[in-house]
Design a protein. Structure first.
Length: 266
């Protein structure tokens, strides 16, 4: 395990594996290096790249410095980009894809960008996130009711109530509760994009890096609409549909697509 120091002094833990051009992987909500998809995906990519996985602030072995702001997480990535040599390909999934888009708009060293299913709500194909949802999650966290915070989040993202109830009986629940205090961070990142409105054209127009926007073939229509909107809004982007995949994309079918895209010459 290594660390870099972000601009506000927060220590950000990371690991790297493999050899080749640098790739940084950005996790979504409730995930970190020891729990989530980045580790298995890094194993698939490390034969072609030097892969950086990291714990987003407040998770795993990384520190956290209040107050939270999306800009602090962008600065965390900026420190990692510098550590990786100043030029990287960036991949983000779910709300981590939302963070990756924020970073690509501000960090010149991100030379290629891939995102998988950033959960924007861009039309009326599903209801927008309720205006009080983030406040309810934050209140549960502040009161020490981490399990309640996780349940509120999972139900809002579409997990069936029975599944949430069953999960709370298994060891995975303690891992989810351990990082529940960071749920408001992901909700902040995604807040403006989950109101059922079109994506902000000016923000996306500032992302000049070649981009890949990917969605699972089994994902719901609202998610397909969101990813299509991302691909259309970015100046230099293509859309890929991964047959048979959903929001919990498997690393084996994803890795070849990322490898091909990250190896392309600009």
């Amino acid at each position: 395990m290594h660390t870099v120091t972000s601009r506000d002094g927060t220590a950000i833990a990371y690991a790297k594996s493999g050899t080749g051009p640098a790739v940084i992987l950005v996790d979504g909500a409730l995930c970190h290096r020891a729990f989530g998809p980045s580790g298995p995906l890094a194993e698939q990519l490390k034969t072609a790249f030097t892969v950086y996985t990291y714990d987003r602030r407040g998770r795993g072995e990384s520190g956290d410095t209040p107050p939270y702001a999306v800009e602090r997480e962008v600065e965390d990535l900026e420190a990692l980009v510098e550590e990786a040599g100043g030029a990287v390909s960036l991949y983000g999934t779910s709300s981590g894809a939302g963070l990756a888009l924020e970073a690509a708009a501000r960090i010149p060293g991100i030379t290629r960008l891939a995102v998988y299913e950033p959960p924007f709500i861009v039309d009326d194909s599903r209801p927008p996130v309720p205006a009080d949802h983030a406040a309810r999650v934050e209140a549960a966290v502040a009161a020490g009711r981490r399990g309640e915070a996780v349940k509120l989040f999972m139900k809002q993202v579409g997990a069936p109530a029975f599944m949430v109830a069953v999960m709370s009986l298994f060891p995975v629940w303690s891992k989810l509760k351990a990082v529940a205090h960071t749920l408001p961070y992901d909700l902040t990142i995604m807040a403006e994009g989950q109101r059922g409105h079109a994506l902000p054209a000016e923000k996306f127009a500032s992302i000049k890096a070649p981009a890949l926007a990917a969605v699972g073939g089994k994902s719901p229509q609202w998610m397909r609409n969101a990813v299509e909107a991302v691909a259309a809004a970015l100046p230099d982007a293509r859309l890929r549909v991964l047959p048979g995949q959903n929001h919990m994309v498997k690393p084996r079918p994803l890795a070849p697509i990322l490898t091909e895209f990250f190896r392309e010459k600009s």
